[in-house]
Design a protein around this ligand. Sequence first.
Ligand code: B1M
Length: 211
Amino acid sequence: MQNFSSIAQAVIEGDVGRVQELVNFALGTKLCTPEELLTFHLLPGMDEIGRQFKANEIHIPEVLLSSRALQAGVIKIKHYFPDNSAQEKAKVLLGTVAGDLHDIGKRLVGIFLKSSGFQVIDVGIDVAPEDFVRYVKEYQPDVLGMSALLNTTMIWMGETIKLLKKQKLIHNCKVIVGGNPVTPEFARQIGADGYAETALDAVSCTNKLLG
Ligand code: B1M
């Protein structure tokens, strides 16, 4: 059996209080940086939950409990990524595509972008292509970032890009895509301007596109 850190274990057990307590302790003692805490402790707990869910060892209620525990940890470390969006480097509109309710990764993307000085408009989850287009018209972002976590929903990224092109909105708005099933190859095929594997990559990708 794999040996998890106690923070990862608390995420696996969906123990919100314990995650908060351990994250506070780790941050207070500066045993690791907030990035290390996220990458090596909080997210591996959630990956293990994904593995157990796929193997039918656990079901949706347990996944939800662990999501809550992970979010509690993310809220604690969020303070270490201060909101610098007042700098208004550029405007990024973020959303999870139609039929998809996963939002933890997208929220992380938002936290890191804000911390890097971007203004972020998060339009939430289950956003249909027509709604993305409506939001792009309304907010006129410099970048649209779409997230998808399901093989069955990532197709809506391509549909959104097609619709943006049809309405001639694509020239003023770059599109970046990300999420577990999304690949650089898929991003190219659908005509996205950029692909980011992780939330931190989304920041460098956005900087590069606007640079
Ligand atoms: Co779901 N789920 N889920 N789930 N879930 C996955 C994604 C899955 C891989 C689990 C598995 O089978 N191993 C699988 C998808 C298989 C596939 O299609 N490839 C799956 C499934 C099947 C389902 C349901 C269909 C289950 C069911 O009902 N039978 C269902 C679908 C609901 C729906 O959306 N319509 C479902 C439901 C749920 C919950 C609601 C219970 C819950 C989500 C709660 C929430 O988000 N508020 C949930 C969860 C938590 C997961 C897992 C366990 C964890 C996802 C997560 O939050 N990870 C996940 C397994 C896994 O990923 N290991 C799984 C932490 C988060 C920080 O990572 O979101 O990957 P992630 O984001 C990463 C990168 O992907 C990237 O940055 C982040 C890291 O830096 N990133 C971007 C994400 N978006 C980006 C955008 C960017 C750039 C980077 O630019 C714009």
